[in-house]
Structure formats: C-alpha cells, structure tokens
Design a protein around this ligand. Structure first.
Ligand SMILES: O=P(O)(O)OC[C@H]1O[C@H](OP(=O)(O)OP(=O)(O)O)[C@H](O)[C@@H]1O
Ligand SMILES: O=C(O)c1cc(=O)[nH]c(=O)[nH]1
Length: 214
C-alpha cells in the first residue's frame, strides 16, 4: 500500500501539482494562509496518471466500502475524477455543489439522488475537512446513506481527523502529506531546508505566517 502511495506521490510531483510559495502564501478554502498548494486537478490532463488514479480509487472503494451503490463527487475539484471512477465501477454518479446554483433549477445536488442509496463520496483533497463534511451533511439531509469517503490527497491534520471521527465517516486517502514530503525530498523536488520548513508548518498550520526576516 505504501508502495502505491509513494508512486501516486511521485506522479503528483511529476505533474507539478505541488506548489511551494513560502514568501507569497496561498489562501486556502478554509481561509488559512499556506506556503504549499496541491493543485492535483492537474492529473486530469495526463491520461496515464489519470487512469492510474481512477483505478486506485476504484480499488480502494471496493476494498473499504464493498456495499457501495452510488458515487458522489465534491464540486468542483472532484467532479471529473468522481465521474470517471463511477464509470469504472458502473455505478450511478452525482455531484454536490458548495452552494445552490443561483439560477435555473437552483440545484445543490446535480444528478439523480436516489434516497436510501449507499453513497461513497470522492474528494480530490482534504485539508480542514470542511468541504467534505459539508457534502456528507447535504447528502444525509436529502436522505442518502453516506458509507464512506475517499480522497486523492490528505494533509491529515489532527483537527480534520477528529472532525471525520465525530461525523462517524471513514476517510480513505490514496496519498498523504507525510509520504508526499518523504518522496519529494528523496527525489530532490524540494531541498532539505524546504522539507524541514514544511514539517514545521504542518505542526501548526492555522497560525502559520510567512517569515519575512530572511
Ligand atoms: O478540507 P477543506 O479545508 O474544505 O479544503 C479542501 C477543499 O478545497 C479545495 O476546493 P476549493 O474550495 O478550493 O474549490 P474547488 O473544489 O472548486 O477547486 C479542494 O478541492 C477541497 O474541496
Ligand atoms: O485547502 C485548500 O483550499 C486547498 C489546499 C491545497 O493544497 N490544494 C487545494 O486545491 N485546496
């Protein structure tokens, strides 16, 4: 499993999904400032990598959630990957918006939600877990049974792990921050100093601020 995770981490690094900007931080969905951004949507442009990830998602879902009856993607990052995974598994698919569309049918959920179906949610990336768990809540409110969640990448922050635990949702990440960092350093994508800075940042990401002293 670790071997597959290392391969996936290297693929993300190869397609430049991992960006570092310690002096010009990224703003995350949660509002946190961060020296790192993982734009794993880039995998969609590489058919071989996209296929590998699709197969790994399908394998993880069948292994951990064999009772799955439908797949839901979290908009927008996981709409595409969710669709191809559902296709691979031959399952119904829908995606959940962060907010209802402001015209037309004003849908929050796109697709045909069949109440009572056992759903596995697919997310591209989990940081604080806010977007993922909001999607789970939406699906539950509309009568679905969410039996688990998979994501391509997780930072595995303790606060996110706690939130998933409290929501009673099992999250299966295909690739984690610690393995990505290990591979990035080994393969010289980042310097030892950057590795150290990123390890330190991971200890207290909510209060991190750029160090302008350098
Ligand atoms: O765990 P969280 O703190 O919620 O952060 C993760 C979310 O952030 C990103 O989406 P973003 O809101 O940037 O928009 P997008 O999906 O439309 O790209 C990502 O795709 C996740 O959905
Ligand atoms: O938390 C986020 O918004 C976030 C972090 C990250 O590394 N990549 C991403 O697409 N979103």
């Amino acid at each position: 499993m670790k071997k597959t995770e290392r391969i996936l981490a290297e693929k993300l690094l190869q397609v430049s999904a991992i960006k570092l900007q310690p002096q010009n931080p990224f703003v995350w969905a949660s509002g946190w400032n961060s020296p790192i951004y993982n734009d794993n949507r880039r995998i969609l442009s590489y058919p071989d990598i996209r296929n590998l990830i699709k197969v790994e998602f399908a394998r993880a879902i069948l292994e951990h959630f064999p009772d799955v009856e439908a797949i839901a993607g979290v908009a927008t990052g996981a709409i595409a990957i969710g669709a191809i995974v559902a296709d691979t598994l031959g399952l119904p698919y829908l995606y959940v918006r962060a907010t209802p569309k402001d015209h037309g049918l004003e849908n929050l959920i796109e697709g045909n939600l069949m109440p009572g179906k056992k759903i596995v949610v697919i997310e591209d990336l989990v940081s604080t877990g806010g977007s993922s768990l909001k999607t789970v809540e939406t699906l539950q409110t509309y009568g679905s049974e969410v039996i688990g969640m998979t994501c391509l990448f997780s930072y595995q922050f303790p606060m996110a792990i706690k939130r998933f635990h409290e929501a009673d949702i099992t999250l299966v990440p295909l690739c984690t921050y610690s393995v990505m960092l290990e591979v990035a350093e080994e393969k010289n994508y980042i310097s030892p100093a950057e590795t150290e800075a990123l390890r330190e940042w991971r200890e207290d990401p909510a209060d991190w601020a750029p160090d302008f002293k350098e």
